[in-house]
Design a protein around this ligand. Structure first.
Ligand code: ATP
Ligand code: MG
Length: 450
């Protein structure tokens, strides 16, 4: 992509309405524009990162055996009246009346809708287990939308639902989700710690929230610092193995880690004092097992092998896809701007031409652009007639992890400069070597999407 042809409306001034760094940087880097309180347009750069994050979520969900599908953003209120949540959900639900006077609502979550799909089509234990998910816009009329995409009213969320014959099977689904979430967040360069949480309006006794530690987080958290040493890494996992998934759950949830809703001073006190931490965190996901709450209310039953009719055991599992952009930036930035982890960066590398219009420099930049594209990478080539300082500032602000700087002086010696956004370190390399190095760096960070 040529920057001269792209739409990247960067702001020089720091927007005064943004209170936290991720919101400021997303506005300054031209990623989002507010359309109404808590509702945003996703400008090209922001949209690209949103898609990367979404694709990682898809890949990891499908790897775990979960099936993608899509439900509408608008629903009829009927199912919610049937489950009893139409009144219970409160003012966060955006209620709409259509021209025929029918009660509609903008989906805040979709347990009722998916349970209705299930009950209309599944009646035998032979069709279980089943986990389906969607990545879809949600609306919650938050009383105080703030921090940009972090607490929006309209937001993009992955919501998955498992249907199982027994509690035991449903807990395996719960564990499978926990494992897949650990992988998902790590691929985004994030540490998200599973913490014991509270069921809220979705309900249920088994629930963990995934929290990214950050000063600006809205949740207060208490944990044993040993949990921050855990990482899932690139280990192989068999998602069908009850033992393996249970083992991972135990490894990641045995040490003390809770949000304030479930915090227990006495248990916390048993953690060695030097490892006791109180901090703030951003909730980037939550998993629930809630048994037969919705299947009882909506009559979602299957016939067992013995011919008995039983309510299915269910859970639901959410990832805050749009909130993740804010969380990643909170966790990865410096004074000059964003520092994207390789797994989610909107472009893989920036190309900065120090002397636009110089025949040799232009040709070298174009050759680099072509070579990277031929390798399946996406460079962003700053081909504008601007001062070098301005070009560097833009690249730093938008946070591409790697920059190739091309100028007549280096080219005389046959080299370009490859710079890491994270460390600031540069090395001089032949253009082909710079391309080869980027191919190697990104070999582990390919997102294939659907
Ligand atoms: P919160 O406690 O932050 O209000 P929640 O517990 O109500 O969130 P869930 O129902 O668990 O949210 O939704 C799944 C995920 O969707 C959350 O973990 C969070 O990452 C994301 N999410 C929830 N509400 C919002 C919002 N208003 N804006 C952006 N993301 C959100
Ligand atoms: Mg939650």
């Amino acid at each position: 992509m040529r920057l001269s042809r792209y739409f990247l409306p960067v702001l020089k001034e720091t927007p005064s309405e943004a209170q936290i760094v991720s919101h400021r940087l997303m506005l300054r880097a031209g990623m989002i524009k507010q359309s109404a309180a808590g509702i945003y347009s996703w400008l090209p750069l922001g949209f690209k990162v949103l898609r990367k994050i979404e694709n990682i979520v898809h890949e990891e969900q499908m790897r775990a055996g979960h099936i993608p599908m899509q439900m509408p953003t608008l629903q009829s209120a009927d199912l919610w009246k049937e489950s009893g949540r139409y009144d219970a959900y409160g003012e966060e639900m955006l209620r709409i009346t259509d021209r025929h006077g029918r009660d509609m609502l903008y989906t805040p979550t979709a347990e009722e809708l998916i349970t209705d799909i299930f009950r209309s089509n599944v009646s035998s234990y032979k069709d279980l287990p089943l986990t389906m998910y969607q990545i879809q816009w949600k609306f919650r009329d938050e009383i105080r939308p703030r921090f940009g995409v972090m607490r929006g009213r309209e937001f993009y969320m992955k919501d998955g639902y498992n249907f199982d014959l027994s509690k035991e099977d449903a807990l395996h689904a719960y564990n499978r989700h926990l494992v897949s979430y650990l992988r998902t967040y790590e691929r985004m360069g994030l540490q998200a710690i599973p913490m014991r949480a509270d069921g809220g309006p979705i309900g249920g006794d088994y629930t963990h929230e995934f929290l990214v530690l950050a000063e600006t987080g809205e949740s207060e958290v208490f944990y044993d610092s040993a949990v921050t040493d855990l990482s899932f890494g690139d280990r192989e996992i068999d998602y069908d193995s009850v033992e393996q998934c249970q083992g991972v759950l135990e490894e990641f949830t045995t040490k003390y880690a809770r949000t304030d809703e479930t915090h227990d001073e006495a248990l916390f006190g048993a953690v060695p004092e030097e490892r006791r931490r109180t901090a703030r965190g951003i909730e980037v996901g939550q998993i629930f097992y809630f048994g037969t709450k919705y299947s009882d209310a909506l009559g979602a039953q299957v016939q067992t092998a013995e011919g008995e009719k039983v309510s299915v055991h269910m859970g639901s599992h959410g990832i805050g896809v749009s909130r993740l952009l804010g969380a990643i930036i909170e966790a990865s930035h410096d004074d000059n701007g964003i520092i994207w982890p390789e797994g989610v960066t909107p472009f893989h590398a920036g190309i900065v031409n120090l002397k636009q219009g110089d025949a040799e420099a232009d040709a070298a930049c174009e050759a680099l652009e072509k070579a990277l594209e031929a390798a399946g990478l996406e460079p962003l080539y700053d081909d504008r007639k601007e001062r070098a300082g301005g070009k560097f500032a833009t690249m730093d602000l938008i946070g591409l992890p790697w920059r190739i700087t091309v100028g007549p002086r280096g080219l005389k010696n046959g080299v370009v400069e490859l710079t890491s956004r994270r460390t600031g370190e540069s090395e001089e390399l032949a253009p082909e070597a710079a391309v080869a190095k980027l191919i190697e760096i990104y070999a582990d960070h390919r997102v294939t999407g659907l």
